[in-house]
Ligand binder design. Structure first.
Ligand code: GDP
Ligand code: CA
Length: 323
């Protein structure tokens, strides 16, 4: 079986670890990763979501944090601070720096991001094929109004430095409209037996991937079923501040509203099936009424086995939707 998943950072990566545990040996998983969170820091190209997927599946992730490397040290950051060079709000450890140096060096030598990602994965052996959504530069920006007046900040500044404490007025994936899907992306969707939308952020992770021209259309037209899992449980994100960016696109923070936001494939949307948490069992009928097969199962990724069980439920729902 060939499974293609779209993924952001922590939510996507943790789900993929469960999916990998749930599938059979011959099955192939292709991951289309969000690169809208990418940022240039200290002259280096940092791809937070691709790295979170790579480190999580490769066994190098800091489990408690959910991002960055295990056993990390911070000498470079301290040295940069001694020079008065920031930003101080973004955590890049010494081990992590090596990844960004290799990436930046390869990009400067002319390799596209997709080739660089493949090279980095040769070390980490994530057990999936990890593709960036695009080789072109896309950066998600957020419009806010604060004490400095109306302005636009990089998504990382909004999320990491400002902790999404001010309302997001608009989310703009700068560069997306002119971007092309990376090599293999459209083929992975068209050739998949199942397309999965993990419980990643629907706006700034999955939404950004879908904003690359051709990707949304490919998912909508995928020959296999498309199923998703809700990142919203009991009316709130399990982790992070997805409510802030959902509000910016006019979507309520509920599992059912996110399903309607993706839409039913029967009416030009993306989903054949949607899993909500058992806490949201009451919304199953609403989602079904919107033309999306829906089931309530436990959706908390408390362990790899619990997450594998979620992945099995998603694949079962996909098999039923395909009938
Ligand atoms: P990011 O790029 O690191 O923000 O990660 P993603 O976009 O891939 O995932 C973020 C989303 O994961 C958030 O909206 C969380 O609500 C969701 N999430 C995190 N842990 C869990 C969990 O255990 N269960 C579910 N259903 N969602 C989760
Ligand atoms: Ca992210």
């Amino acid at each position: 079986m060939r499974i293609t998943a779209l993924a952001g950072g922590i939510g996507g990566a943790r789900f993929l670890r469960g999916l990998r545990a749930a599938v059979s040996p011959g099955d192939e998983i292709t991951v289309i990763g969000n690169t809208g969170d990418d940022i240039h820091l200290y002259g280096l190209k940092v791809c937070p979501d691709l790295d979170t997927v790579m480190y999580t599946l490769g066994g190098g992730i800091n489990e408690e944090q959910g991002w960055g490397r295990t056993g990390e040290t911070w000498s470079i950051k301290e040295e940069m601070k001694a020079y008065g060079v920031g930003p101080e709000w973004f955590g890049l450890g010494d081990r992590d720096f090596a990844t960004h140096i290799v990436r930046t060096q390869m990009l400067a030598a002319g390799y596209p991001l997709s080739a660089v990602t493949e090279a980095l994965c040769a070390r980490w052996q994530p057990g999936v094929r990890l593709l960036p959504m695009t080789d072109d530069r896309v950066e998600t920006h957020v419009r806010i109004t604060d004490a400095d007046g109306p302005r636009v900040v990089h998504f990382q500044e909004y999320w990491v430095r400002l902790h999404a404490a001010v309302d997001a007025e608009a989310i703009v994936p700068v560069g997306a409209d002119g971007a092309k899907p990376a090599p293999g992306v459209l083929e992975a969707i068209a050739g998949a037996d199942v397309v999965v939308l993990p419980p990643s952020n629907p706006v700034v992770s999955i939404g950004t991937i879908l904003a690359v021209p051709g990707i949304r259309e490919a998912v909508a037209a995928a020959p296999g079923p498309v199923v998703g899992l809700s990142p919203i449980v009991g009316g709130a994100p399990v982790r992070g501040m997805a409510d802030k960016v959902l509000a910016a696109v006019g979507v309520e923070t509920t599992a059912a509203a996110v399903a309607r936001h993706y839409g039913s494939r029967r009416s030009g949307g993306l989903l054949d099936g949607w899993l909500v948490d058992t806490a949201d069992a009451a919304s199953v009928d609403q989602v079904t009424a919107a033309g999306i097969a829906c089931r309530a199962v436990p959706l908390l990724m408390t362990s790899v086995e619990a997450t594998a069980e979620m992945a099995r439920a998603a694949l079962e729902l996909a098999a039923e939707a395909a009938k």
